[in-house]
Design a protein around this ligand. Structure first.
Ligand code: ADP
Ligand code: ADP
Length: 229
């Protein structure tokens, strides 16, 4: 298992219990969909899995070892586990696409030359190399969404977490994204998508985890879960 949530609890400051002993194990290069209604706790779980939030109880394990929440352990977790937020405007800050996608690799301490290679590979992987020098604020929603994904990919994560990646995309955008996520998994990245999109889940996922009220209720293949087998 590359990444594991073990009995995670998370309580927000106002007392809301968003995760109630949620457990989930993520295997290398699998395509996992996390399904669940609004408020089920999917976004909270993703934030805990990349260390943006720290659990109130329970453990996150990276490559079998519990995350210690030291600065060093968090840097390691965030470099291996990339999170793409639902709204790209929550994660795009630089003036141009190139600068935005460079931010992660430079922040990891790579040289400008190394970062440049990472950026160009990530832009190619997501099919937006021609947008490299465009100002991000002039791009369409779908394009900004791709820039956000490229920015995370440029950190070369072993696990890519995406929160509602198809929300707001048109059918062609969904199809492109689905292909990109297939290709990334084929290259060995574990891809985890939190979604309400049943069509994408059925067409894309190897495994589905159904989430409700802060915990995983069922895990299975899409065929078994949707009653096709
Ligand atoms: P999902 O991604 O499945 O829609 P979330 O993880 O966003 O679910 O939310 C889980 C629960 O935590 C919900 O009850 C939600 O209202 C609550 N919640 C989310 N963010 C906050 C916050 N910042 N403060 C308080 N409660 C929150
Ligand atoms: P593209 O041209 O890359 O497909 P568009 O900007 O045309 O992207 O938007 C694609 C879809 O996303 C449209 O249906 C649009 O209504 C929707 N959309 C655009 N901006 C947002 C946003 N900020 N939040 C949610 N949906 C959005």
């Amino acid at each position: 298992m590359i990444l594991e949530a073990r009995d995670l609890e998370y309580r927000y400051e106002d007392g809301t219990l968003a995760l109630d002993r949620a457990s989930l194990a993520i295997r290398g290069h699998e395509k996992l969909a996390i399904l669940g209604a609004n408020g089920a706790g999917k976004s909270t779980l993703l934030s805990l899995l990349n260390g943006s939030l720290r659990p109130s109880a329970g453990k996150v394990l990276l490559n079998g070892g519990p995350v210690a929440y030291s600065r060093k352990a968090l840097t390691e977790l965030r470099s291996q586990v990339g999170l793409v937020l639902q709204d790209p405007d929550d994660q795009l800050f630089a003036a141009t696409v190139f600068e935005d996608v460079s931010f992660g690799p430079l922040n990891l301490g790579l040289s400008v030359a190394e970062a440049r290679v990472r950026v160009s590979d990530a832009l190619d992987a997501i099919g937006i190399a021609p947008l490299s020098h465009r100002p991000t604020h002039l791009l369409s929603f779908g394009q900004r969404k791709r820039v956000a994904i490229a920015g995370v990919l440029a950190m070369s994560p072993s696990v890519l977490l995406l929160d509602e990646p198809t929300a707001g995309l048109d059918p062609a955008g969904v199809e492109d994204l689905t292909e990109t996520l297939h290709a990334l998994a084929a290259q060995g990245v574990a891809v985890v998508v939190a979604t309400h999109d049943m069509d994408m889940t059925y067409a894309w996922a190897d495994r589905v985890a159904v989430f409700a009220k802060g915990k995983i209720l069922i895990e299975d293949t899409p065929d078994k879960l949707f009653g096709m087998e």
